[in-house]
Design a protein around this ligand. Structure first.
Ligand code: FE
Length: 203
């Protein structure tokens, strides 16, 4: 049987790390990219920007009803004020979990994700399996993440795009009355803001 030499573009290259390195070298050699700027971007999103940003916003939404309303209706001016505005997060939409609705976020096309609020997406978020299955069978996917929902809970799947990125506002855990925003933020996990987890009952 002849070997098939056609490789659909959706397949990952044999060695993505090598490919990225080759692309970076090419861009730098052609003067299209400043290597220092590239390092700065990677450093920023790998170490300085992470889910702690989103957690801070969620904790404030739990604590301050006026702030919550603003985030659910027109979040961008607030995020700008909080210095949480940036690339891959220019148009954010906050979707709130309730007793009857559970939200979950995916990018079916690629891996769009709210960088300024959550940092760099986890590997599974970018996987073909997650992207395809979360639309078809969200409850089965949620089960695999350990999230069991009552039968009558409505599951809403939000498909991120280059223009619009979503952040799930998890439900505030019970017995957290009186906690400071900082302590509340510690309960807000990354997965709870993607919708594949709950906020932590304990720290
Ligand atoms: Fe995408």
């Amino acid at each position: 049987m002849p070997h098939d030499h056609s490789h659909p573009q959706t397949e990952l290259p044999a060695d993505p790390v090598l490919r990225v390195k080759a692309l970076e070298t090419l861009l730098v050699n052609k003067g299209l990219v400043d290597p220092a700027a590239l390092d700065e971007i990677i450093e920023t999103y790998a170490h300085k920007v992470g889910p702690q940003n989103g957690a801070k916003v969620v904790a404030k939404m739990w604590s301050d009803p006026g702030f919550r309303d603003a985030m659910l209706t027109d979040p961008m001016p607030v995020l700008r004020d909080m210095d949480l505005y940036g690339r891959q997060g220019e148009h954010m939409v906050f979707v709130e979990n309730t007793d009857t609705v559970h939200n979950i976020v995916v990018c079916t096309l690629c891996s769009c994700y709210p960088w300024p609020l959550l940092g760099i997406p986890p590997g599974w978020y970018k996987s073909d399996a997650y992207r395809a299955r979360v639309v078809r069978e969200p409850r089965a996917v949620l089960q695999e993440f350990g999230v069991s929902l009552p039968e009558d809970t409505v599951v809403r799947v939000w498909d991120s795009t280059a223009e619009t990125r979503y952040l799930v506002v998890p439900q505030r855990p019970a017995h957290t009355e009186g906690l400071s925003e900082e302590d509340l933020a510690a309960r807000v996990t990354r997965d709870s803001m993607i919708g594949t987890g709950f906020a932590a009952e304990t720290v």
